[in-house]
Design a protein around this ligand. Structure first.
Ligand code: PGA
Length: 246
């Protein structure tokens, strides 16, 4: 059970780091967080190929948890290159990012496929971190709410399991541009209202997009923001540590 001040801080390493880099990262990061036990739920999402390696270190240290960056929409079979929910769980992860805007953009993932992925994740005991967010054009056209509502429709009528939602405006990812905390809180409230209608009443809603050690605290102060999904600034253990300790 999360306490009021407990937040969820997720590192999305994307397609970065070789195994040697991951090892060095973990040495530094574990040493730092071991000194000061955090209330926050810390989740590292490496590439699939490093899941087992990172999970072993997570088990040893019990200081953080592990997530994958994607999972297949099918259970198993002739899907060359895909990685199933069962494989991810077997590798020691407990979370999986689903519907990240880079998957939507470069792999044309639509609501039908994303629902299959969410179902597979839940079926295999993984907590989906479901990403939503509008493009700059959609925002300028005043369509943020409609876009997010359409993306969240994937989560209607889920039978069981914990889920986390991450609001990541596409225009804020990797650009250094960030919305105001007030704007984010407004969207988070709208997301919470939509999720409530689906019966998902205690879902944590994270913010993601150009989070840095300098702006993390301002987001974490808002009670409507349940945590952070961090890309670029999570690639350096010192900078991610500064975010976790914000
Ligand atoms: P960023 O990426 O922190 O580099 O903007 C966030 C994300 O894509 O999850």
């Amino acid at each position: 059970m999360m306490t009021k001040t407990q937040k969820i801080i997720v590192a999305n390493w994307k397609m970065n780091c070789l195994q040697g880099d991951v090892g060095q990262y973990l040495d530094t990061f574990i040493m730092k967080i071991a000194e000061k036990r955090f209330e926050h739920e810390i989740i590292l999402c490496p590439a699939h190929i490093h899941l087992s390696f990172v999970s072993e270190r997570a088990l040893d240290s019990t200081l953080f948890k592990v997530g994958a960056q994607d999972c297949a929409g099918a259970e198993k079979g002739a899907f060359t290159g895909d990685v199933s929910g069962a494989m991810i769980k077997d590798a020691g992860a407990d979370y999986v990012l689903i519907g990240h805007s880079e998957r939507r953009q470069y792999h044309h993932e639509d609501n039908t496929l994303l629902r299959r992925k969410v179902d597979q994740a839940l079926k295999n005991g993984l907590c989906p971190i479901f990403c939503v967010g509008e493009t700059l054009q959609e925002r300028e056209e005043g369509r943020t709410h409609d876009i997010i509502e359409a993306q969240l429709s994937v989560l209607d009528d889920l039978s069981h399991g914990r889920i986390i939602v991450a609001y990541e405006p596409v225009w804020a990812i990797g650009t250094g541009l960030i919305p105001s905390v007030k704007d984010v809180a407004k969207v988070h409230q709208a997301i919470a209202d939509i999720l409530n209608k689906f019966g998902l009443t205690s879902t944590a809603i994270l913010y993601g997009g150009s989070v840095t050690p300098d702006n993390a605290a301002s987001f974490l102060l808002s009670p409507l923001i349940g945590g952070l999904l961090v890309g670029g600034a999570s690639l350096d253990p010192d900078s991610f540590y500064r975010i976790v300790s914000s």
